[in-house]
Design a binder for this molecule. Structure first.
Ligand code: DGL
Length: 269
């Protein structure tokens, strides 16, 4: 095994645009690092797919990232974390970091006693991954979960502040409002892009949790522990989509202004 060098980029992937919310935190927390981002736009959404299929997609992308020479992989997708993190950690020779445990830790820090609400894709909620991660650290906390299947397609369509999005968000959040959750985990990396609409719906007393910052901190700790932090010099940021790179570029630019000028096309299937 060739040992990774600190100059190597960080590999990040998601089914589409959502993982860019993690990239945003990485750019802030680790500005010297180079990175390669993969959005699997040919196969988005992952949420309704079986665990086996998501695991296959995730391992194809992880293999590609390893071949590109990354030093760590961040699974910037809750669904892929829920279905494939353990598998990847067992099969890939570099560190692999997911977003579920960081999100759970942040929620436990933020709650005033619960209940904690969790929203995510059907796959993530069906897996129970967030509830397990929260209960592993705080067994007494009540967790209320809601699968929100329509939110990822709305984000991929760029409908971040659209009347239809507001109606759909209201419908999904109603049971959690009714349960008086004090903290709401945005348990899908696409959802922080809808944070304004979600915050308006839940009201100011509910704290929204985005796992991106906690994930960026965990990445910093992991790299530091292995002496893999890059010290300086211009960082390189590559963005890759498995389909329609122009559409990806157009939408991605809206929420990472200045960071993305070009999107490459790579097929994983
Ligand atoms: N961003 C992914 C997640 O965090 C979206 C999954 C999907 O493509 O449905 O779960």
């Amino acid at each position: 095994m060739v040992s990774a060098s600190s100059e190597a980029p960080i590999g990040v992937f998601d089914s589409g645009l959502g993982g860019l919310t993690v990239v945003r935190s990485l750019l802030k927390r680790l500005p010297n690092e180079s990175l390669i981002y993969v959005g699997d736009t040919a196969r988005v959404p992952y949420g309704p797919k079986s665990p086996e299929t998501v695991q296959r997609y995730a391992s194809q992308i992880a293999e590609w990232l390893v071949a590109e020479g990354v030093k760590v992989i961040i699974v910037a997708c809750s669904t892929a974390t829920a279905h494939a993190l353990t598998y990847l950690q067992q099969h890939v020779t570099i560190p692999v970091i997911g977003v579920v445990e960081p999100g759970a830790r942040a929620a436990i820090r933020a709650t005033r006693g619960g209940p904690i609400g969790v929203i995510g894709t059907a796959g993530t909620i069906g897996s129970g991954a967030y509830a397990r991660a929260i209960h592993a650290l705080a067994p007494m906390l009540e967790v209320r979960q809601e699968a929100c299947a329509l939110l990822v397609p709305l984000v991929e369509e760029g409908w971040l502040d659209h009347a239809a999005t507001r109606v759909v968000v209201r419908e999904y959040l109603a049971p959690l409002k009714h349960a008086h959750v004090d903290t709401l985990v945005l348990g899908c990396t696409h959802y922080p892009l809808l944070a304004t609409v979600i915050a308006e719906e839940m009201g100011r007393s509910v704290q929204l949790i985005d796992s991106a910052e906690e994930t960026a901190s965990e990445t910093a700790l992991t790299l530091d522990a292995r002496q893999l932090l890059r010290s300086g010099g211009p960082a390189m940021h590559r963005f890759v989509a498995s389909d329609a790179p122009e559409k990806f570029l157009m939408l991605a630019r809206q929420f990472l202004p200045g960071a993305i000028t070009n999107v490459e096309h790579v097929s994983f299937a």
